[in-house]
Design a protein around this ligand. Structure first.
Ligand SMILES: NC(=O)c1ccc[n+]([C@@H]2O[C@H](COP(=O)([O-])OP(=O)(O)OC[C@H]3O[C@@H](n4cnc5c(N)ncnc54)[C@H](O)[C@@H]3O)[C@@H](O)[C@H]2O)c1
Length: 264
C-alpha cells in the first residue's frame, strides 16, 4: 500500500481548517498532507527540500485538494516565520500545525559526534519550538499542534543517543506547550511512532542487519507484538485524529502508535 491508497473516502473532518505540516515532502509528512487535504484542510506543505514539497503539493492538488508548497529549514527562524506568514497570507490563518520534520542521529553516547548531536537537536527540538512560535502568531484562539516524537523518547533504542534525547525533549516541550497554551484554546499533543518503513529508517534497518536490509527488518520485527512495522498512514491517521475536534479533550497527551513495541 502506498500513501495515496487509502484516502478515497472523504468525511470532511478538517473542513475549513488550514494545516501546516513540516517535513511533508516525504514519508509520514507526505501521507499526512494527502490525508489532511482529503479531509478538507488547506495544507501548507513545508520541507527544506523545495522539490519534494512541490511534489507533495502536486499530489494533493491532483487529488482535488488545496495546498501551498513552502521551502524552509525548520531550524532557521527567519525561514519558518516567512513560511508561516506565506501560508496565513494565502489562507488567512493557521489552525493546525504538525511538527513532523525530523532527522535521526546514530551512535551511542560513547561515539556520537557533537555535530550530529547539534543537528539532531536543531531540527527535532529547536525546529519544533521555532515552527510553533511562528505558527502561533497566526493561530488566534483555538488550534491544534501535533509534535512528532518517537518510541525513542519512551525506551532506550540502542546506538541512538542523540535521537533518544532529542525526541525525549520533544515530549517534554509538548507537555509545556499544552500547559501554556490551554488558556487560549490551543491543544498540543505528541505522537510516538514505532518503526515505520520510510527513507529515514532504511539506514537504521541496514545497520541493525549488519548491512543486510532484510536481516535488519527481521531483527526489528521481533520487537513488534502486532507482527508488522508501521505504515505512514498508521501515523497520519493518528495525527488526523489529534488535529480534529474529535480530540477536543486531549492536550499534553503522549500517544504511542507503535504496534505494542513499548507495551512489553
Ligand atoms: N520512520 C520511522 O520509523 C519513524 C519512527 C518514529 C518517529 N519518526 C519521526 O517521524 C518524522 C518523519 O519521519 P519520516 O520517517 O517520514 O522521515 P522522511 O525522511 O521520510 O521525511 C522527513 C522529511 O523531513 C524533511 N526535513 C528534514 N529536516 C528538515 C528541516 N530541517 N526542515 C524542514 N524539513 C526537513 C526531509 O527533507 C524529509 O522530506 C521524523 O520526525 C521522525 O523522527 C519516524
Amino acid at each position: 500500500m502506498n500513501a495515496t491508497d487509502s484516502h478515497d473516502s472523504r468525511t470532511g473532518r478538517l473542513a475549513g481548517k488550514v494545516a501546516l505540516i513540516t517535513g511533508a515532502g516525504s514519508g509520514i509528512g507526505r501521507a499526512a498532507a494527502l490525508l489532511f487535504a482529503a479531509e478538507g484542510a488547506a495544507v501548507g506543505v513545508l520541507d527544506r527540500d523545495g522539490a519534494v514539497a512541490e511534489e507533495t503539493t502536486a499530489l494533493v492538488v491532483s487529488a482535488g485538494g488545496r495546498a501551498l508548497a513552502l521551502t524552509a529549514d525548520v531550524s532557521k527562524s527567519a525561514q519558518v516565520s516567512a513560511a508561516a506568514d506565506a501560508l496565513a497570507a494565502k489562507y488567512s490563518c493557521i489552525d493546525i500545525l504538525y511538527n513532523n520534520a525530523g532527522v535521526d542521529s546514530r551512535g551511542s553516547v560513547v561515539v556520537a559526534e557533537e555535530t550530529d548531536w547539534d543537528r539532531c537537536f536543531d531540527v527535532n527540538v529547536k525546529g519544533t519550538f521555532l515552527m510553533s512560535q511562528a505558527a502561533l502568531v497566526h493561530m488566534g484562539q483555538g488550534g491544534s499542534i501535533i509534535n512528532q516524537g518517537s518510541v525513542a523518547a519512551l525506551v532506550g533504542v540502542m546506538n541512538f543517543a542523540a535521537y533518544c534525547a532529542a525526541k525525549g525533549a520533544v515530549v517534554a516541550l509538548t507537555r509545556s506547550m499544552a500547559v501554556d497554551l490551554a488558556g487560549r484554546g490551543v491543544r498540543a499533543n505528541v505522537i510516538c511512532p514505532g518503526t515505520v518503513y520510510t527513507p529515514l529508517m532504511e539506514p537504521m534497518l541496514r545497520t541493525r542487519g549488519d548491512g543486510d536490509l532484510d536481516l535488519g527488518l527481521e531483527r526489528t520485527l521481533v520487537k513488534y507484538p502486532i507482527g508488522r512495522l508501521g505504515h505512514v498512514d498508521d501515523i497520519a491517521r493518528v495525527a488526523l485524529f489529534l488535529a480534529s475536534d474529535e480530540a477536543a479533550f486531549m492536550t499534553g497527551s503522549v500517544v504511542a502508535a507503535d504496534g505494542g513495541m513499548t507495551a512489553q
